[in-house]
Design a protein. Structure first.
Length: 289
């Protein structure tokens, strides 16, 4: 199979394994964390940094991190792309040279992301149920807007999938790949929805499993509020108020007293003092003064 086919087949398998059908996917951060049992974080990063996946070869721990961004569709594509690397085990360091050429692993991850986010059968079902008999058989820009909004994927990604499904030609694909999500949202009346998605994509998110363990440690008096605040990137006061409102507080700590004395050495046993006095009396030069 080509790397395109490998990506498509694995994306279809993932949807089948987790009973996702052909419908738009929910929150990808939660989906990856819950299905793969790995940590996923949304963090601040440089402008050109989109995402990465890392694996500790000693412990086998995998972490996926993506950048906060005002481009929610890009963030979802990045998450799906990194999920592909996790599923295919693409953790080897990049090879030297050919920096301008995308490796087969990267091309395969791109294909996986497209077919995971916008399955061809899902596209056909949306168009079949969302169009009237008076509508032309030709897919329109309005149809493109519907698909972008439904699958929460970029116009360029959807255009590629429409071409793969044989629903548009190469010229139309090239034309639509130049459109932005903001343009479609403004033209077809869903700018407020897109603004909400932007706000969500620019919000920092701590790894759910790691944060859960930290809160358990806080309850057990082994993790401080400051540590949880650093993990979430929020002020300590806000974390304290949030946990208090949720009824989460450290377990009471019972005071620890001095260790009990041995039963054969009660508090009234001053034998050690008597021994010290006897030693002092036999020491040369000792004086009673």
């Amino acid at each position: 199979m080509t790397v395109e086919d490998q990506g498509r087949v694995r994306a279809e398998k993932f949807r089948k394994e987790h009973k996702l059908g052909h419908v738009p996917l929910p929150d990808l951060v939660s989906l990856i964390e819950l299905t793969q049992q790995i940590d996923v974080a949304v963090l601040g990063a440089d402008r050109d940094e989109h995402g990465l996946s890392m694996r500790d070869p000693v412990r086998g721990v995998v972490v996926v991190a993506v950048a906060q961004t005002p481009h929610p569709m890009r963030q979802r594509s990045t998450l799906a792309h990194e999920l592909a690397h996790v599923l295919f085990g693409d953790f080897a360091p990049p090879k030297a040279g050919d920096w301008d050429a995308r490796s087969p692993e990267e091309v395969r991850a791109d294909a996986f992301a497209r077919h995971l986010l916008v399955p061809l059968r899902g596209v056909e079902e949306v168009l079949a149920h969302g169009r009237t008999v008076e509508t032309s058989d030709e897919v329109s820009v309005r149809d493109l807007s519907v698909l972008v909004q439904r699958f929460k994927a970029s116009p360029s990604l959807v255009a590629i999938q429409l071409r793969q499904a044989g629903l548009i030609d190469d010229a139309r694909k090239s034309e639509w790949m130049k459109l932005s999500t903001r343009t479609l949202a403004s033209r077809f009346g869903w700018s407020d929805l897109y603004a909400g998605w932007q706000q969500e994509a620019t919000t920092r998110r701590a790894p759910q499993r790691l944060l859960s363990r930290a809160i358990q440690g806080y309850v057990a008096n082994t993790v401080s509020l400051q540590a949880i605040a650093r993990l979430r990137g929020l002020p300590v006061e806000r974390i304290a108020a949030e946990l208090e409102a949720a009824g989460i507080s450290p377990e009471p700590v019972e005071p620890v007293g001095p260790p009990p004395l041995p039963e054969d050495r009660p508090d009234t046993d001053f034998g050690d003092l008597d021994a010290l006095d006897a030693e002092a009396a036999t020491t040369p030069g000792a004086s009673d003064e």
